[in-house]
Design a protein around this ligand. Sequence first.
Ligand SMILES: Cc1cc2nc3c(=O)[nH]c(=O)nc-3n(C[C@H](O)[C@H](O)[C@H](O)COP(=O)(O)OP(=O)(O)OC[C@H]3O[C@@H](n4cnc5c(N)ncnc54)[C@H](O)[C@@H]3O)c2cc1C
Length: 342
Amino acid sequence: MSRAEARAGSASRNFDVVVIGAGQAGLAIGYFLARQGRRFLIIDAASSVGSAWRGRWDSLRLFTPRRYDSLPGLAFPGDSDGYPTRDEAVAYLELYAKTFDLPIELNSVVRKLAAENGKYFLEVDGERITADQVVVATGPFQTPNVPTIAGDLAPGVFQAHSTDYRRPDDVPKGRILVVGGGNTGFQIAKELSKTHEVQLAIGSRQTPLPQRILGRDLFWWLKKAGLLRTRVDSRIGRRAQHRDTLIGSSPRELKRRYGVELKPRLVGMDERTARFADGTESEVGGVIWATGYRAPIIGGSTFQFSTPTGAFATSAGLRRFRTSTFSASRGSTRVARRYSAG
Ligand SMILES: Cc1cc2nc3c(=O)[nH]c(=O)nc-3n(C[C@H](O)[C@H](O)[C@H](O)COP(=O)(O)OP(=O)(O)OC[C@H]3O[C@@H](n4cnc5c(N)ncnc54)[C@H](O)[C@@H]3O)c2cc1C
C-alpha cells in the first residue's frame, strides 16, 4: 500500500504502537501486536518488505539453517537442515507479511521521532503520526562503511562496497583486492577466486567456527548449549557482542583451497597501489570494500530522535519477541519505551 492510499481521507493518525522497519524484527513484532489486538502500523522506507536481504549478492546463502530462520507462527519452508538462499529469505518475509495481513506502509521514510507529554510523534514524509509506543526495528545494516582511503584510488578504478556487489561478472578482470576479513569478505573472496586473482586484506582476525560439527549444524550445538537464548545484557551476551566469528570459513582454507592471497590490514591507497600494514604493496585492478556498516545512532536508521531524557530502553524489553536466531542476534535491538508483550 502506498502512503498516499493509506492516508487518503485521514487527517492525523494515532496508533497504540508504530513499528519502524519491515524487516524480520519489525514483522515478528507485528505478529505479536496483531495477536494482542493492538492498533498498530509498520512503516518502512523501502518499496518492499525484507529490503535488507534484497540488497545482498546473488549467490548468498544464509549461514543459519531453515529450522532457525522461522519467525513466530510460520515455519520457514523447505529442508529444515538446509541453508536458504537470499531469494528464499525475501520470499519468506513476503509470505509472512501476507499470511498475517500485517498493516505495512512502504515507501515511507521516518524522518523524525520525538517524545512529548507521554506520546511519540513521528514525522513521516511530511505527515505527523502519533503513537503511545514506538518500536525502532531499523536494523544494524543500513549505512555502508567505506574507509576514507577509498578516495585515494585512481578515478576509474573499479570499487564497490559489498552492498553493491552482486556477481563476479560485474567485476572487471584483473587482480581484485577484497578488504575486510569478516564473513562477507571471505564469502566474496571465495566466489571471485573462481574467475579472478584475489587478495583479501584482513584487518583483525575473527575466530573461525565450522558450519557443521559431527554432522550437526553449528547452531544446533549453540542451541543445545543454551547460548541462543542468552540475553544481550548477560555477561556472555555482552562479550559476544564484541566478538565476531567466521562461520564456515578460515584463512587457511581460503589460501589453500581457493588460492586467495592473504594480506594484513590495508593502510593506504595511492592510485592503483595498495599498501599494507606489513610494509608490502600491491597493484590492484579493483577493490571491494567488505568493511561493514557504520555504527547506527538508532538501530541503523538515519532519522533524528529526541526525548526529554534522551533515553531508550534496550533489547531486554524485546526479549519476549526473540523468536529465532534469524531475528535476534544482529537485528533491531531498541525499543522506544519498554514494550512488554503482555
Ligand atoms: C551479508 C549478510 C549476511 C547475513 N546472513 C545472515 C544469516 O545467514 N542468518 C542470520 O540470522 N542473519 C544474517 N545476517 C544478519 C541479518 O540480515 C540481520 O540480522 C537482519 O537483517 C536484521 O533484521 P532487522 O529486521 O532488525 O533489520 P532489517 O532487515 O535491516 O530491516 C530494517 C528495515 O528498516 C527500514 N528503515 C530503516 N530506516 C528507516 C526509516 N528512517 N524509516 C522507515 N524505515 C526505515 C529499512 O528500509 C529496512 O527494511 C546477515 C547480514 C549480512 C549483512
